[in-house]
Structure formats: structure tokens, C-alpha cells
Design a binder for this molecule. Structure first.
Ligand code: PMV
Length: 370
């Protein structure tokens, strides 16, 4: 729950307009890629360990929300379309999600919302569309709150509230409402860090990590055999989970230190180890499961071999899926893309498909931008 001490309390009811009102708002929100992974949760989508990510630039969800408020409605009425298609399965999820938000957005019961969403990247590509989708929707809802109630949140509170609400849709989405490097989860000695919302990294990373590239190898186009929700749940019975949660906190401390230094090779050793530990949790859950494909393993070997042979700063991370994210600093993009990605990795990908993305500066308001 949001408490007054979180300074995100609503108090918005009293200011609701009594007259009918219509309008439109919209946000574009990118996805993100975690380098320290959130895997295992409790309560209302609270993480068992802190995570660290950077927000992408090109892989975004655009969400437009048209609203109508008549002061009489007792239940929100939701219409939803993705890429122009009214998909029933998504409508159900979004209606359930918005229903859950009533205690944070009391005015929501009085509105009819027409939500139109689209992604710049394909589904099941290894880029988390739930992160960008819930990020964009949560941002739009907080903007809508300002319009309807006349409340003007401070910038910090606006994004914290959006992060909090996005988290309730999909944990990793709470990190997407900020650009650059982001932390979610309470971290000792990191003021403002919280399990309930994400915060931007409170210091500047070394230039090497300010322009990171993430080229996503689409190694399998089928939907995952075990969803993230199932994977989080399986952590509850995993024999190694307590050690894993402790380890993730340690990895976070190590990487916070390494991103402020000019030492790619130390950085990438920990990033790769962390990603492999995530998959070790999948292998050691019961029942165990494997999301990596033979071509994923082959890609990991080729990336490491290329790095060992050339000393070019490159490496990988892997999320909960078969896709491999190839990481490298912007200044190496020419070499890595031609020699490694086109030269050795594209042939492993479904239809040769690779999505090139980079670290981005965060969400953008599309409508009602002052
Ligand atoms: O936000 P969820 O429930 O889809 O979980 C995301 C889990 C990972 O992508 C594997 C790691 C992360 O922190 O993003």
C-alpha cells in the first residue's frame, strides 16, 4: 500500500471535478535490461533482492489514453487495443490491473478509458514488452490524475508514483519509468532506494557505461515454456534461493562499484556470471526447466571466444528466455556489429534477426506536454 509516509498519498477525491470531462493523454516508455536480475518475489509484487538495469532507447511502448469522466460511474470502463487489435486476453489483464489501482487512484472508478498501445519491437523477441507497457500505462494514469484532480505532483513524486503503479503490473516495469541506470529494491546506504518503487542511480556512471549498446539476438521465436510469473513462484521452493538472494545483493554492490570505473573486463565478468546464476536457478527449481536453446549456448561461447581473441570489450547478459543480449560500449559498435554480430552470431538467429538498441534517456510524454 502507499502510505502517507511514502509522500505519494492521494487526497485527490475532494478535488475531483463534478462536471463531465473528456481528454487524452499519452506516454512513450522504453523497456529495460537488468544486469542484476530480479528473480523471486513476495507480497504484492515485492522483490526478494535488489536489481540493477539500464533503460533502452528504441524498444518502446506508446500508449494513448482517451478518458471520459462523468461523475456518475461507479466502476471504471476500459477499452483496450494493441497495435489496433482489440485483444480479449489483454483487455482482461488491463481491466484487472486497473481494478487493483483503486486505492492509489480513487478517481479511477469514475472514468471510461480507451487505451491504445503499440510497440516498436516484436513480441517474444527477448525484450520485455511488459516492462515498457506497464511503464507507459502507469505514466499515463499519473498524468491523467493530474489533469482530472488538479493535483500537481513534484517531478520526484510523479515518477515514484508511476514506478510504484508500474511495479504492480510487472515488477521489472518499475525500473522503466526512468532513463539510464536504475535500481529497484532496498539497498543499504542508498538513500531513497525502496522495494516499492525504483530510483535512478544516484551517481554518474563512467563514460564507458553511459552509451552502452544492447544488441538482442532473437534465437527462438516461440513463446517461453515457463513464464516469468511461474519462474518467480518456483523460487519459493528452490533449495538455493536464500543464497541466491544474498548473492544478488552482493552482485549489486560489486557492479555499483564497477560501473564507476574504466574496467570493462571486470564489469562483464560479473554481468555474465550474474546472468548464468539466473539460469542456474531455473535448472535447480523443481521441476527444473531450461529456457536457453542450443543456439543460445553457441552464441555465448562465440561471444567469449571473440573477446578472448580480440580483447574487444563485449559480453552478454541473458534474461528469462533464449535471447542473448550482446553488450558493448558505443565506440566499439562498428567492430562488434560487423565482426561479431554479422560475422558470427546472426546466422544463429531466427531469420538472422537482431535488434540493435542502446541505453536511452527514458520515457517521453506524447500528449499534453507543456
Ligand atoms: O518483471 P517480471 O515479472 O517479468 O520479471 C523479470 C525478470 C527478469 O527479466 C528475468 C529480470 C529482471 O530484473 O528484469
Amino acid at each position: 500500500m502507499l502510505h502517507s509516509s511514502d509522500s505519494l498519498q492521494n487526497g485527490a477525491d475532494s478535488k475531483l471535478p463534478f462536471a463531465e470531462r473528456s481528454g487524452k493523454t499519452g506516454w512513450e516508455c522504453p523497456s529495460n535490461i537488468a544486469l542484476v536480475k530480479y528473480w523471486g518475489k513476495h507480497g504484492q509484487q515485492l522483490p526478494m533482492n535488489p536489481s540493477l538495469s539500464f533503460t533502452l532507447k528504441e524498444s518502446v511502448t506508446r500508449t494513448l489514453v482517451a478518458y471520459h469522466y462523468d461523475g456518475k460511474r461507479k466502476q471504471p470502463k476500459i477499452h483496450f487495443s494493441l497495435e489496433g487489435d482489440r485483444k480479449g486476453e489483454f483487455l482482461e489483464r488491463i481491466t484487472h490491473y486497473i481494478g487493483m489501482l483503486q486505492s492509489y487512484l480513487p478517481w479511477i472508478q469514475g472514468v471510461e478509458l480507451t487505451i491504445e498501445s503499440s510497440n516498436t519491437f516484436p513480441h517474444s523477441s527477448g525484450i520485455a514488452s511488459s516492462a515498457s507497457a506497464y511503464g507507459a500505462l502507469a505514466l499515463a494514469l499519473v498524468s491523467l490524475e493530474e489533469e482530472l484532480t488538479g493535483i500537481k505532483w513534484t517531478q520526484d513524486t510523479f515518477f515514484r508514483k508511476a514506478s510504484y503503479l508500474a511495479r504492480l503490473g510487472s515488477g521489472s516495469a518499475c525500473r522503466s519509468v526512468y532513463g539510464g541506470w536504475t535500481i529497484w529494491g532496498k539497498v543499504q546506504d542508498l538513500r531513497g532506494s525502496s522495494d516499492t518503487w525504483a530510483v535512478p542511480l544516484p551517481f554518474a556512471v563512467h563514460p564507458l557505461f553511459q552509451t552502452l549498446n544492447d544488441s538482442v539476438l532473437i534465437l527462438d521465436e516461440d513463446a517461453k515454456t515457463v513464464s516469468s510469473s511461474q519462474g518467480h513462484r518456483l523460487m519459493e521452493g528452490n533449495l538455493f534461493s536464500v543464497e541466491r538472494f544474498r548473492q544478488a545483493s552482493t552482485h549489486l554492490q560489486i557492479l555499483l562499484n564497477l560501473v564507476s570505473k574504466d574496467d570493462w573486463f571486470a564489469f562483464i565478468d560479473w554481468v555474465e556470471y550474474e546472468a548464468l546464476c539466473l539460469h542456474a536457478m531455473m535448472l535447480t527449481s523443481f521441476p527444473g526447466y531450461i529456457l536457453l536453446k542450443p543456439q543460445s549456448l553457441e552464441a555465448l561461447q562465440r561471444i567469449r571466444r571473440y573477446r578472448d581473441q580480440t580483447r574487444v570489450p563485449v559480453g552478454f547478459t541473458i534474461d528469462a528466455g533464449a535471447a542473448v543480449h550482446v553488450l558493448y560500449p558505443e565506440k566499439e559498435a562498428g567492430k562488434v556489429r560487423t565482426e561479431l554480430i554479422q560475422g558470427q552470431l546472426a546466422e544463429l538467429c531466427a531469420g538472422g534477426r537482431v535488434i540493435h538498441d542502446t541505453l536511452g534517456s527514458g520515457p517521453v510524454k506524447l500528449i499534453g506536454h507543456e
